[in-house]
Design a protein around this ligand. Structure first.
Ligand code: ZN
Length: 152
């Protein structure tokens, strides 16, 4: 593995490098149940359409059934993909504020949370995970505890 080069603060803030991004994937079990539920609901929608047409209901009820069936098919495809594909769609991505600042903080005029104080006066580099000031000899970040690669 190539060691991570030391990051300048300006690099961190401008987002010119990519930190590892972690994501939460939907489970295969719940996705499978989602497929089953979508098939059942779509079948119900088809019965709804047939009934609405046969009793001569207004076009709105038929239209409702068609939209419902299409939504169930789309949901079924999505869940089938997450149940079977090797690369699943993420439900939640975990990103640090250095990679992706919260736009709501800016809209509300709040300062983004500053990195924890590690007591390092003249930092040689910064933690790529939490942005804390680090000395060159640190092997682990004292703020977040993550292993830091050797400085270059
Ligand atoms: Zn850290």
């Amino acid at each position: 593995m190539v060691p991570e080069p030391c990051r300048l603060p300006s690099e961190r803030l401008s987002g010119t490098f990519k930190e590892p991004m972690y994501s939460v994937k939907p489970g295969r079990g719940p996705s499978t149940f989602g497929v089953i539920g979508a098939v059942i609901a779509a079948a119900f929608g088809v019965i709804w359409i047939v009934m609405a047409v046969s009793i001569g209901a207004s076009g709105f009820f038929v239209f409702f059934g068609v939209v419902f069936v299409l939504l169930m098919i789309a949901g079924g495809i999505y869940n089938f993909y997450n149940a079977t594909a090797s690369n699943r769609v993420s439900e939640v991505d975990i990103v640090s504020s250095a990679t992706e600042p919260d736009p709501l903080d800016r809209m509300l005029g709040r300062k983004p949370a500053s990195p924890p104080d590690t007591g390092v006066e003249n930092p040689d580099r910064f933690c790529p995970y939490c942005g804390s000031a680090l000395s060159v000899e640190f092997k682990f970040c004292p703020a977040c505890g993550k292993a830091i690669g050797p400085a270059i």
